[in-house]
Write a new protein. Structure first.
Length: 366
């Protein structure tokens, strides 16, 4: 009797193993998507890298356990960038964001060796089957900041601390100048070129030099908060870039042009997760929520704030284009017509910009 019972039990166990394998061993849990970010400077309280770090955090908040994100900070452009990007790919990261223009070529080089990894070259322009590019229309925010600066200046002179003379920076200088002169035709903009993205002492020295040249409001296209701190120190006005910088310059800040990357990064991570990711080229601005102007300082009158926000709405709804000549030709600072009356620049022309607008004191790269 016992022998028969044992035999039946063995047969029943064997049948269960063949008929219901799912219950015979635990299921492996799906691994989260590993996402890597490479930052060109240290993560600071404000600035270019801070906005991308906020974007990374937004991905974590939106996707939770579906993703595992990490970052490497203070990575110089060039050979170091290639090494770091390659390390991330080798460590199993299936999506890698590289937000700096100088990371474009290293990203492409690594991508050729890791066809199964998706790469996002932020501010780059070269794509590949597994490399997408994305950038923001920073110039839209610059135009709006120019309106605020044009209303707030008393000397009709603004300063601009610029990194490198690439089209993106030229777009910003020109849009700022056009915005400023749209409400203050007498306004001028003096430019200092640093040929650096991140050098706080040089940024500060350049700002001080511009204040000494009668500038009472200043903008910048560099990576630190040094220009804002200099404006606060000198009792001048400044336009924050990348992030809201009122903590650094509570009296100086008139407005901030901020970059919002969380929505884009989250969308691209979701695309990898659901298998819909494709290479492409995104260039979004105010309309897409990638650029926002606001965070007004306490010295800015409500009427000026309302004007800037109204023009921001106009851009979002397509009624205002910063590089459109409405009432007259737009000329460069050497007198050549660069936008004929009644026309506007197309994206290709904007992306190849190599001139400085009338009202700008200085030359490209000098």
């Amino acid at each position: 009797m016992y022998k028969n019972l044992a035999g039946r039990a063995i047969l029943a166990w064997a049948a269960a193993c063949f008929l219901t394998p799912a219950f015979s061993q635990p299921q492996a849990s799906k691994e989260p998507l590993k996402i890597g970010f490479v930052y060109v400077t240290p993560v600071t309280d404000a600035g270019w890298v801070r906005q991308h770090e906020e974007g990374r955090k937004a991905v974590d908040a939106a996707l939770g356990g579906k993703v595992s994100t990490t970052f490497v900070e203070n990575v110089p452009e060039g050979a170091d960038a290639e090494r770091v990007i390659r390390d991330l790919a080798q460590q199993g990261h299936r999506l890698i964001f590289t937000p700096s223009f100088g990371y474009m070529e290293p990203t492409l080089k690594v991508a050729r060796d890791f066809p199964g990894v998706k790469f996002e070259s932020i501010t780059g322009y070269k794509t590949a089957p597994n490399v997408a590019t994305a950038n923001a229309r920073y110039y839209e925010g610059r135009y709006l900041a120019g309106i605020a600066a044009g209303r707030m200046t008393k000397t009709n002179m603004a300063g601009y601390v610029a990194g490198f003379p690439i089209p993106e920076v030229l777009q910003g200088i020109n849009a700022f100048t056009l915005g400023m002169r749209s409400v203050n035709p007498n306004a001028k903009v003096a430019v200092v070129w640093l040929n650096e993205w991140f050098d706080p002492p040089k940024e500060r020295d350049a700002a001080m030099a511009l204040f000494n040249q009668n500038a009472d409001v200043i903008a910048f296209h560099t990576g630190s908060t040094a220009v804002m701190a200099a404006a606060q120190e000198r009792g001048k006005l400044a336009v924050a870039y990348h992030s809201d910088m009122r903590k650094i310059a509570p009296d100086a800040q008139i407005v901030a042009v901020t970059h919002q990357w969380g929505g884009y990064y989250t969308e691209r991570a979701r695309a990898v997760l659901d298998g819909s990711w494709k290479s492409g080229n995104v260039w979004g601005g105010v309309k897409e929520g990638m650029i926002r102007v606001g965070d007004f300082g306490r010295k800015v009158p409500k009427v000026v704030q309302q004007e800037v926000l109204a023009r921001q709405k106009d851009i979002a709804e397509g009624r205002l284009q910063p590089f459109r000549a409405v009432a007259a030709d737009v000329r460069d600072n050497e007198g050549h017509v660069v936008i004929a009356r009644g026309t506007q620049l197309n994206d290709e022309q904007i992306l190849k910009m190599n001139w400085l607008a009338e009202g700008v004191q200085g030359r490209v790269g000098r």
